[in-house]
Write a protein that binds this ligand. Structure first.
Ligand SMILES: [Zn+2]
Length: 352
């Protein structure tokens, strides 16, 4: 527990932000719209001068984002659900750091000091006749630049009906909400949903203890209500699993608890090659690596989140395993390397 920093960051969120948070409960890890806005929809169709787009303008919605890859003998596709922006950075990241320390780390990496882009990268795996997603996207809960998973799946030739399994790193809205439409119907009607026991029990518990997060109370209750509603919508398809289990059976579950109580990472066995899939062990390709002891306000147990991040980064930097990471710059493929007292995110080529 770090009660004092928790309170500080909760207070630092303005009333307006808090309201946004409550409204977005669904988006969970999602806060905000604070700086959302991208080129996308709002600007589409008009150039800088307000003239109709076409040859005169390069503005407009982002194109479909998907990237095919092979993991040993397995075929896979990385799919974008879009991206959100979290800012001011200090209201979300490293609540235990001074602004000067945080800015120093960001400046060294040429990272903006105000806002961080948080991508939503989803892995789709073909394992025999099974087609499996790791996490289900946000369903658009992080604003107009998100909720693109289904469009990008279709662009890649993947019908939502062809998905036979969804394996969750954890249940925050940006990982779960994409599985359920606003009317409660299932987006992947033929999928079983695999959830780690500790994660399921935490979010369906009463009350859900979120004292260690930096979220305002109304955001906490909105988040819990949304997660419970989405879980209810897929109830008949949920399969409870545990760290150490193998599903499908090439996906091994690794306990990386802390961000949430049942947060899991996965090791994909492609035969000649392995791929580690990280959920929310890192939300910034700069801060989480340079200073793995710095947290994010969504962490349910900050101390455990830090311990899990360090343990996994240690392992991955020692063995050089290829990594697919949910929130890293698109398409989120890279490796973890040691650097100084911390680590570094090394981008790996997607076209291999
Ligand atoms: Zn997340």
């Amino acid at each position: 527990m770090s009660t004092s920093s928790t309170q500080t960051s909760a207070v630092a969120l303005s009333r307006r932000d808090a309201i946004t948070l409550a409204a977005l409960g669904a988006a969970a890890a999602a806060l905000p719209t604070l700086a959302l806005g991208q080129s996308g929809s709002a600007q589409a169709g008009k150039g800088a001068s307000g003239a109709p787009s076409g040859a005169a303008s390069l503005e407009g919605p982002q194109p479909a984002d998907f990237a095919r890859l092979k993991i040993g003998e397995l075929t896979a596709v990385l799919l974008s659900d879009g991206f959100g922006k979290l800012g001011p950075i200090g209201q979300f990241f490293a609540p235990e750091a001074t602004a000067a320390d945080r800015d120093r780390v960001l400046t060294k990496a040429h990272h903006p000091l105000d806002v961080a882009t948080v991508e939503l990268n989803i892995l789709c795996l073909q394992i025999g006749s099974e087609r499996v997603l790791i996490d289900a996207g946000s369903g658009g809960g992080m604003g107009p630049t998100t909720g693109r998973l289904i469009d990008n799946m279709r662009a890649a030739g993947i019908a939502p009906e062809s998905i036979t399994g969804v394996v969750y790193t954890h249940l925050h809205g940006d990982h779960l909400a994409g599985a359920v439409r606003a009317d409660g119907s299932q987006v992947f009607p033929n999928a079983r949903h695999f959830i780690v026991k500790a994660e399921y029990e935490y979010w369906t518990g009463n009350p859900v203890d979120m004292r260690d997060t930096g979220l305002p109370p109304e955001a906490r209750s909105g988040m819990v209500a949304s997660i419970q509603k989405n879980l209810a919508a897929i109830k008949d398809k949920i399969e409870i699993v545990a760290p150490g289990d193998k599903v499908f059976p090439r996906i091994q579950i690794i306990a990386t608890h802390g961000h949430t109580p049942g947060h899991a990472s996965y090791m994909i066995d492609g035969g000649s090659e392995q791929l580690a899939v990280l959920g929310d062990l890192a939300h910034s390709h700069v801060l989480a690596f340079a200073r793995p002891d710095w947290t994010i306000i969504f962490d349910v147990d900050r101390k455990q989140a830090v311990a899990s991040r360090k343990a996994m980064f240690d392992r991955l930097s020692s063995d050089g395993t290829l990594v697919a990471a949910y929130h890293m710059p698109w398409p989120g493929l890279g490796r973890v390397a040691r650097e100084g007292e911390g680590y570094r995110w090394d981008i790996a080529p997607t076209r291999r």
